[in-house]
Design a protein around this ligand. Structure first.
Ligand code: COA
Length: 147
């Protein structure tokens, strides 16, 4: 399997790449570039390339306010799926969350992302909440790592 180049965005071009992957995969809640710029300070965002080709991105929301819960989200563009890239991104995000002191790890999947839901369930996550945001039709599913 090919190895990805995975890094924290350190340029506007990389922030745009992170945003592109996010917005293609989450079309119901697209982020502006300014919102991404704000998130890069709050969360651990990474972007992944195969050579120069954009493949995916990650979000790790660190534990906050004395909690020990972090959120790990891996995203891979549809044309690059099924080659183990999601696994690479997820494991790296999980390692990062653990290094930040997370005892509990959650993820969140848009219900229309069937492959994302299957991936999460196959990796030991269990659904604990499902909700629809105002003005939206597609439920969000929150899952927690059970093992
Ligand atoms: C979840 C997601 C990141 C997975 O990305 P991916 O690159 O397809 O992930 P992988 O290739 O590691 O694994 C996907 C499947 O391909 C299989 N696979 C991996 N390498 C393979 C290979 N070389 N040959 C055949 N199959 C392979 C895996 O076993 C896995 O099978 P499964 O779905 O039956 O469990 C992607 O579907 C996605 O971006 N979804 C939307 C975002 C989302 O909902 N993320 C939340 C989950 S954290």
């Amino acid at each position: 399997m090919s190895n990805l180049r995975i890094q924290v965005p350190d340029s506007d071009a990389m922030l745009r790449d992170w945003r592109h992957v996010h917005n293609v995969i989450i079309p119901t809640a697209p982020l502006s570039l300014d919102e991404v710029r704000e998130r890069v300070h709050r969360n651990r965002l990474e972007v992944a390339y195969l050579g120069d080709v954009l493949v995916g991105c990650t979000t790790v929301r660190p534990p906050k306010d004395g909690s020990a819960t972090a959120t790990v989200i891996a995203r891979v563009l549809a044309e690059h799926r099924g080659q183990g890239f999601g696994e690479q991104l997820y494991v790296r995000g999980l390692d990062h969350a653990r290094a930040l002191g997370a005892d509990v790890v959650e993820t969140v999947v848009l219900a229309s992302n069937v492959e994302g839901l299957r991936f999460a369930l196959n990796h030991g996550f269990v659904e604990f909440e499902r909700y629809v945001l105002p003005g939206d039709d597609t439920p969000w599913i929150e899952l927690r790592l059970a093992r």
